[in-house]
Ligand binder design. Structure first.
Ligand code: DOR
Ligand code: ZN
Length: 350
């Protein structure tokens, strides 16, 4: 017997595609299942101007497999020198859909991010005026704050004051990892949403550290205690339209992850949809999966709902996903939750 689950084709509203050889290697995994993805701008150097976003978009489109429909939704990387006129023209022409805020030093390639939030106030006010969403990496970078507390402290110290100062600004809290993140979204009526990743629905901090360190489970924000994972599961499977999928699929070459100073990021693009079906089934919420992956994000970003569909099928034996994706520069390990998964995308070919 096979169970089938037909969904509106999903969108990934937080994705790292990188550039060059890595882009070529990982793009087919996203394009095979997702109609659109919001593309993160943390390249080296970052995507700061409209001209840079436009040429990055062209590179993505030319790396796509032939005839593969996939729409990259571009973002700009906010710096203290961002030109509000350039940003505004890029948003109003439809070239970009959002702007990403990295606190300087918070994560991979965030050195050009924001240190002094007062300095970006005029840009944020312009964004509020034109309706351009701000996607926030919500972690403080203060050495005195424990890494497991950095999201909760960011909400109090940075995000809440920022939103009070610019109440009309539409904000997405990216990859929330805490019950405090969930509660903050729930307590605020409009103009605030959050993405949740696939890996944070599977991992708590024990998974990273108990029984030997698992470099492929290390990402930022780092997975927290079990109570937080459960809060994320509840939010994602609730149907509440303020929560939607952003995989934060973040490929790094294996030798950069399996290193004395390993990079942060889980590569989940290839098996995200089957893993999500597993989680939603465990939570008796398969009927809410489509809202999370295909409807809520489109609504927040004011995008039309995709016309195409994606069908998941459940088999009686566990599915074996590719363990790695090969790039010209080396392998990238595919996220493995170490539980048996019975779902797969129908007619999945890469
Ligand atoms: O784990 C992560 N990897 N978190 C981020 O915020 C950035 C990402 C990356 O670009 O590798
Ligand atoms: Zn990210």
């Amino acid at each position: 017997m096979t169970d089938l689950l037909k969904l509106t084709r999903p969108d990934d509203l937080h994705l790292h595609l990188r550039d060059g050889a890595m882009l070529k290697a990982v793009l087919p995994s996203s394009a095979a299942h997702f109609a659109r993805a919001l593309i993160m701008p943390n390249l080296v150097p970052p995507v700061v101007t409209a001209a840079q976003a436009s040429s990055y978009r062209d590179r993505i489109l030319s790396a796509l497999p032939d005839d593969q429909p996939f729409e990259p939704l571009m973002t700009l990387y906010l710096t203290e020198d961002t030109d509000p006129n350039d940003l505004s023209a890029a948003f109003q022409s439809g070239l970009i859909r959002a702007v990403k805020l990295y606190p300087a030093g918070a994560t991979t390639n965030s050195a050009s991010g924001v240190s002094n939030f007062e300095r970006v106030r005029p840009v944020l006010e312009r964004m509020a005026d034109i309706g351009c969403p701000l996607c926030v990496h919500g972690e403080v970078t203060d050495d005195a704050v424990d890494i497991f507390d950095r999201e909760a402290v960011f909400i109090d110290r940075v995000l809440d004051p920022l939103r009070r100062a610019t109440p009309e600004l539409r904000v997405v809290m990216e990859h929330i990892t805490t019950a405090q993140g969930v509660d903050y979204v729930r307590a605020n009526a409009s103009g605030l949403a959050a993405t949740i990743t696939t890996h944070h629905l599977f991992l708590n901090r024990n998974h990273i550290l108990v029984g030997g360190i698992k470099p492929h489970y290390y990402c930022l924000p780092v997975a927290k205690r079990e109570e937080h994972r459960l809060a994320l599961r509840k939010a994602a499977t609730s149907g509440d339209d303020r929560f939607f999928l952003g995989t934060d699929s973040a490929p790094h070459l294996d030798h950069h992850k399996e290193s004395a100073c390993g990079c942060a990021g889980c590569f989940t693009a290839l098996n995200t949809m089957p893993l999500l079906a597993h989680v939603f089934e465990e939570e008796a919420a398969l009927d809410k999966l489509e809202a999370f992956t295909s409807l809520n994000g489109a609504k927040f970003y004011k995008l039309p709902v995709n016309q195409d569909t994606l069908t998941l099928e459940k088999s009686q034996t566990p599915v074996r996903f590719a363990k790695t994706v090969a790039s010209e520069e080396g392998d990238v390990t595919v996220f493995d939750p170490r539980v048996s998964i019975y779902w797969q995308v129908q007619n999945h070919v890469l």
